[in-house]
Design a binder for this molecule. Sequence first.
Ligand SMILES: CCCCCCCCCC/C=C\CCCCCCCCCC(=O)SCCNC(=O)CCNC(=O)[C@H](O)C(C)(C)COP(=O)(O)OP(=O)(O)OC[C@H]1O[C@@H](n2cnc3c(N)ncnc32)[C@H](O)[C@@H]1OP(=O)(O)O
Ligand SMILES: Cc1cc2nc3c(=O)[nH]c(=O)nc-3n(C[C@H](O)[C@H](O)[C@H](O)COP(=O)(O)OP(=O)(O)OC[C@H]3O[C@@H](n4cnc5c(N)ncnc54)[C@H](O)[C@@H]3O)c2cc1C
Length: 668
Amino acid sequence: MELVDHLRDERNKAQFDVEAMKVVWAGSPQELQLCDRMANLVANHPAFEKLKRPMLVRKELFKNSLRKAAYARKLVIDLGLSEEEAKWLRFYIDEPTYPDLHWGMFIPAIEGQGSEEQKEKWLPLSRNMQIIGCYAQTEMGHGSNVQGLETTATFDAQQDHFIIHSPTLTSTKWWPGGLGKVSTHAVVYARLIVNGEFHGVHGWYNYYSFSFFLYLEDHSPLPGITVGDVGLKFGNGAYNTMDNGLLRFHHVRIPRNQMLMRVSQVSREGKYMQCDDVPRQLIYGTMVSVRQTIVAMVSRTLSRAVCIATRYSALRRQHSSSSLVVPCFLMIDYQSQQSRLFPLLASAYAFKFVGEWLKWLYTDVKQRLEANDFSTLPEAHASTAGLKSLTTSATVDGIEECMKLCGGDGYLVSSGLPELFAVSVPACTYEGDNTVLMLQVARFVVKTVSEVGYKEPLGTSSYIRRLNTLLHNNCLVQTGEDWVKGDRIVEAFEARAARMAVTCTQHLAKFQDPEQGFSELSADLVEVAVAHCQLIVVSKFVEKLAQDIPGKGVKEALEVLCYVYALFLVHKHQGDFLVTGYLTPKQASLANRQLRILYSRLRPNAIALVDAFNHTDHYLSSVVGRYDGNVYPNLYQAAFNDPFNDSHVPDGYHQYIHPILNQTLAKL
Ligand SMILES: CCCCCCCCCC/C=C\CCCCCCCCCC(=O)SCCNC(=O)CCNC(=O)[C@H](O)C(C)(C)COP(=O)(O)OP(=O)(O)OC[C@H]1O[C@@H](n2cnc3c(N)ncnc32)[C@H](O)[C@@H]1OP(=O)(O)O
Ligand SMILES: Cc1cc2nc3c(=O)[nH]c(=O)nc-3n(C[C@H](O)[C@H](O)[C@H](O)COP(=O)(O)OP(=O)(O)OC[C@H]3O[C@@H](n4cnc5c(N)ncnc54)[C@H](O)[C@@H]3O)c2cc1C
């Protein structure tokens, strides 16, 4: 049977080479080929079916996710997949499960914090999955406040052991993924006590990582350990495939050599030693690594929602303003729909490019760390924390907006959007609450501004070198066209960020106690951090455009996206630009007018731009976002696929409806 492409006319409007754009989106021809192969491997394997997921109760859902993870492992072994291929395989299976934490946090924690000897011993076991691990840092009473962790690790010199203990209910480890039911091991963060002394009460040496056996062979917990799942989470399927766990220790003994020993050691004699040349922040290194990975991946999550909403918007017709009866307008042709949808489409591309840059920065930092050069660690911390926060918040808000952009049908599970929202929303909390992370960025920015004159700002903060110019020279825009120039846009974002940072730094200086000032001004500080991070995203997009980008019309299409992203932010945050005095109201209104012109330039390319994400229908799992656009018959069929429609008479009908109809309620 010939397949009908209901979006063909839209596809024909494209003004650029979609295949070339696919390469740009993927990062390289090799990445495109790799992703395509893994996506199709998953899409064509019946084991990875996922449409029934939202209908399953927790125990069935969990078993189903274990089955998928086992099939995935089998495929990795049978096909001899590399770690990189296996990572994409997991990604396209699209179901959070224990391997994410095993590969994403447990192994990196050992790699980053273990001694050479420890790595040699534990990494082969972990990579072969002979042990399965998780990352147990958060406690019931302490999530953001890592310094407040209460779990203790007391050294017993006589037996050459650490005694791990949870002294209070609030010290219960709480939330670690993979911990509740599956893991055999954990990297546990605890407060170190040697010779009755708490180390580093001032926060230098408080917490150390331990790897130790949680379970006996038969998978029952070791004596002294209580373990379980934290309970059902938001959304039906969503993150409930993960066994986020709880864990308590009652004086559990582990050998001394299970303390991860790269950053510091405790000797056989009970002597505590801190490696002089390694900063203690390295124990936070796993979080830096995962935050970078989240930024690298988040654009795909947003692109998925945007792809669904764009395709549906380009199919569904509503009435025109002149006739409320005759449906003629495609939803995508409403200016108001475009002004909500197109900035999200542009954001997906913007986040992709900033993710690529962050990966580069992180790789560079990692190489430096291996050579004991820690000079770029503060910037890596601020950039990973800030961009994780900025991109996940925008993505989660964007998914919700896409749901609304699809009207009522977006609210149906079959649209794929509710589950995507539910699975993504905790990204604003895990790996660091987004506000807490922005406050870390603000600390970095304020510190950089305060040090002007005796320390050269580098990397993402190098704009602060030109503080004088940025504070005193106002925007030169005179026409709408002036707004579509890369350097002008970047300068506007630099001036806004610099002016906000300087104002906040001056306000902070008025406080006798800097910490009190920081606390009282924290809402303003978050805005400073947002301005700094948006500058990074905009400038990395502009830098991307300066590269050689092959393919007919590809660069031009990307330019439109870049200006849409930037001018949308100028419009959204025009208060910042006006209050800091950088823009006049006229210039702000020119930016908005130019934005509308850009929307009309983006419009013919909209479907091609989402096609360039190269998402399979399996990955999208959305009736309204299907590639062929054949929405209505499938939407209708999806309703009847719901087991609730198996019968006209639901359970309970005879019991609870008949008595009402028959007026026999009194018998109930
Ligand atoms: C929207 C959809 C998203 C889709 C996502 C897709 C996901 C892709 C899948 C990828 C595949 C695999 C990945 C793995 C799966 C991920 C699943 C998620 C699992 C979640 C796991 C967790 O949540 S683990 C627990 C995380 N916990 C936190 O993040 C806690 C947050 N708190 C902190 O980080 C810290 O406590 C703090 C930084 C907020 C404060 O610490 P502290 O009080 O000790 O520090 P100070 O503020 O005093 O600062 C002291 C100096 O240290 C510097 N600093 C702080 N942190 C760091 C760091 N990490 N690195 C370097 N330096 C650091 C700080 O700047 C100070 O410096 P100075 O000012 O110079 O003194
Ligand atoms: C799905 C999921 C998976 C997780 N996986 C893991 C895991 O594998 N391993 C692990 O160790 N942990 C894990 N966590 C825990 C996660 O890291 C924490 O939830 C996170 O660090 C936030 O801590 P919290 O929940 O205690 O929130 P809190 O710190 O209590 O924050 C609550 C509110 O207080 C605000 N707040 C807190 N501190 C400050 C401050 N200093 N200044 C201003 N505002 C502040 C926050 O902005 C937020 O609005 C997971 C969490 C979730 C939801």
